[in-house]
Design a protein around this ligand. Structure first.
Ligand SMILES: Cc1cc2nc3c(=O)[nH]c(=O)nc-3n(C[C@H](O)[C@H](O)[C@H](O)COP(=O)(O)OP(=O)(O)OC[C@H]3O[C@@H](n4cnc5c(N)ncnc54)[C@H](O)[C@@H]3O)c2cc1C
Length: 385
């Protein structure tokens, strides 16, 4: 009736990425995760492997049609080596799919270097006064001859510190809620743009920061999509990128659990390997069960997107629960490693902090995902999917 197999091409791609992830990313993850330097070299290698073009236009180096399952598979496998770098295809996909709705000029300017791993772009939506309630944003875009003048402040923006440009969401003065919000692409070196680093608990290399727009002129060609419809494209993409985020967190958790299995086989206490104790092995068994269940949920959401079935609630389920499962599994792996699990020389503490970003707020908080799921359930009167 159903198959849990990936296609031969998907599996082949995943195998190549798995080798790269374990041989090239994993050995340096702990060092990279402790630094705020953006890993340009590794980012470029992701591009060479074809990871950054998933679902983006072929004429600019992408794979073409949207490929949700492949995106999820890539992020899951890459996260075993480096959960921060694994977020790159998600970020590039979110940005690139919106740029693809822009003018020919901005597509030609930004899509090739983005897909080639030569430049990064940020997505600036959140403001000091509006996060979950994005429709309350206050940044303005005032129409002038040939374009707009944008003013406002964005905060908690991933990639802010390394981006060459950012998508910014701003409203026509006098409008309220999502009506009147447009999306623009703004070069970070434009007059009136400034950025400031924000230090988070994890995700250090992704360059988290705030961006200020002080009367920044934006030419007409830099409008993305239709005026006043700025949220349409990003919300459409969130509908499956959220499931890829779930898989990314689970990939990191699987790696920690695998490392815990290896460690428990060689670490001895009371004359026996600790894997002999059910206090250890049952904990791993429980977490492996949760990780596998959460993983299947994420792939179901991505599959539903692929076959054009309703998937918004499934994607939200995949965004709130899998990061929680991942955090818990990483914690168990830390404990199996004893004092070494807590050590900064081992990767578990870094994975724990990196995964927390997605549990707390990045790409929408758990509560907002539950708001979306419960809204869908009550609308349909059915909890089954
Ligand atoms: C690591 C990281 C990376 C990020 N990257 C980006 C980025 O690249 N671009 C960007 O624009 N933003 C980014 N964000 C911001 C993120 O999108 C917001 O933090 C998130 O949407 C929550 O908004 P907020 O922080 O203002 O919290 P608030 O919206 O103020 O919420 C505070 C608390 O109230 C809860 N809450 C709010 N409303 C409800 C409700 N109706 N029902 C129940 N509970 C509710 C929330 O769940 C949360 O627990 C990032 C955040 C983090 C942590």
């Amino acid at each position: 009736m159903i198959s849990f197999d990936f296609s031969a091409e998907q599996q082949q791609f995943a195998d190549v990425l798995a080798d790269f992830s374990t041989q090239e990313l994993l050995p340096h993850y702990t060092r990279r995760a402790a630094s705020t330097d953006f890993p340009y070299d590794a980012f470029k290698k992701l591009a060479e492997l074809g990871v950054l073009g998933i679902g983006l236009p072929e004429r600019f180096g992408g794979t073409g049609a949207e490929d949700p399952v492949l995106l999820g598979l890539a992020t899951e496998v890459l996260a075993r080596g480096d959960v921060n770098l694994a977020s790159a295809p998600i970020q590039v996909g979110l940005v690139g799919s919106q740029i693809a709705a822009g003018s020919e000029e901005v597509q030609e300017r930004y899509l090739p270097p983005l897909i080639a791993g030569e430049e990064t772009l940020a997505i600036a939506l959140t403001e000091p006064g509006s996060g979950s309630d994005a429709g309350a944003l206050r940044t303005t875009a005032t129409a002038v001859d040939d374009g707009w003048i944008v003013s406002g402040e964005k905060t908690a923006i991933s990639w802010a510190m390394n981006a060459s440009a950012t998508l910014v969401y701003a409203r026509t003065p006098g409008t309220t809620r999502s009506t009147g919000v447009s999306c623009f692409v703004v070069p970070m070196d434009a007059d009136g743009v400034s950025r400031h680093h924000m230090l988070g608990m994890g995700c250090l290399p992704i360059g988290w920061g705030s961006i200020h727009f002080d009367d920044v002129f934006i030419p007409r060609t830099h409008l993305i999509g239709a005026e006043g419809r700025g949220f349409a494209s990003v919300l459409n993409h969130f509908d499956f990128s959220r499931a890829a985020i779930g898989l990314m967190c689970l990939g990191a958790a699987r790696q920690s659990l695998d490392e815990a299995v290896g460690y428990s086989l060689q670490r001895e206490t009371f004359g026996r390997p600790i894997s002999d104790y059910q206090g250890v092995s049952f904990g791993i068994a429980e977490q492996a069960t949760y990780v596998e269940a959460a993983r299947l949920l994420c792939y179901k959401a991505l599959w539903a997107r692929e076959v054009e079935r309703p998937h918004t609630a499934l994607a939200s389920m995949s965004k709130w629960w899998p990061p929680q499962v991942a955090r818990q599994a990483i914690e168990v792996a830390m404990r199996v490693h004893g004092n070494l699990g807590y050590s900064a020389d081992f990767p578990h503490q870094a994975r724990y902090r990196d995964v927390m970003a997605y549990l707390v707020a990045a790409d929408g908080s758990a509560e907002i995902q539950k708001k979306i799921i419960s809204g869908d359930i009550y609308r349909r009167g059915d909890v089954g999917y």
